[in-house]
Design a protein around this ligand. Structure first.
Ligand SMILES: [Zn+2]
Length: 180
C-alpha cells in the first residue's frame, strides 16, 4: 500500500514536470501590444495563425532575423515590397540598395505615409523603429547613414516583407523549379 502511494506520487511529479516545461515555452513570448488603432487589426491568435513563425516573431513581436539569412537581402527584381502582415506596399525596388548589412535596405519608403516611426530604446541603443502604418507590423529600423538622395537607410527584415514583381502578370510565376 505504501508502495502504491509512492508510485502514484512519482507519476504525478512526472506529469507536473512535463506540463510546467510546456508552459514555460509557451508563455515566454507575449510581445508588446501593437494595437494603436491601425486599419488592419487582428488578435494575437489571428496573427499567429496567419503568419509564419518567423514573420510573427518579427512583425508582431519586434524580432530581428539574423543577417544574411532572409530571403530578400540579396533579392534583385523590379517590383514592390509589401508588408507581410497586411499587403500594403512599403518599398519600391528602385529605392533598394546593397548596404552590405545582410538585411534588405532602402533609402526611402514608397510613400511617406506607408510607414511610421517610433523611438526604440531596447537593447541599450536609441534607434528609430519602422512600422507598417496600416497594421503596425514591425519592419525594422531606419538609420541616417544611407546613400543619396535621402541619406537614410531603412534596414528591414525579409520576414516582414513580401515581394510583388511588376512583371508578374503571368510572365514568370514565382515558383522555383523543382529540385534536379
Ligand atoms: Zn502592414
Amino acid at each position: 500500500m505504501f508502495d502504491a502511494i509512492r508510485g502514484a506520487a512519482a507519476s504525478v511529479a512526472v506529469m507536473v514536470g512535463v506540463s510546467v516545461g510546456c508552459m514555460a515555452n509557451a508563455g515566454s513570448g507575449d510581445g508588446p501590444s501593437r494595437d494603436h488603432g491601425y486599419a488592419v487589426k487582428k488578435s494575437e491568435a489571428q496573427w499567429k495563425a496567419a503568419l509564419s513563425e518567423q514573420a510573427y516573431r518579427v512583425l508582431r513581436q519586434g524580432g530581428t532575423e539574423r543577417a544574411f539569412t532572409g530571403e530578400l537581402w540579396d533579392h534583385h527584381g523590379d517590383g514592390v515590397y509589401v508588408c507581410g502582415g497586411c499587403g500594403q506596399p512599403l518599398f519600391d525596388s528602385e529605392a533598394k540598395f546593397d548596404s552590405g548589412t545582410g538585411w534588405p535596405s532602402f533609402y526611402r519608403p514608397i510613400r511617406a505615409d506607408a510607414v511610421e516611426t517610433h523611438r526604440d530604446t531596447t537593447l541599450g541603443m536609441v534607434r528609430t523603429e519602422v512600422r507598417c502604418s496600416r497594421c503596425g507590423g514591425h519592419q525594422g529600423h531606419v538609420f541616417k547613414d544611407g546613400p543619396p538622395p535621402t541619406g537614410l537607410r531603412y534596414c528591414i527584415n525579409s520576414a516582414a516583407l513580401d515581394f510583388r514583381s511588376k512583371t508578374s502578370t503571368s510572365t514568370r510565376p514565382a515558383r522555383p523549379s523543382p529540385g534536379r
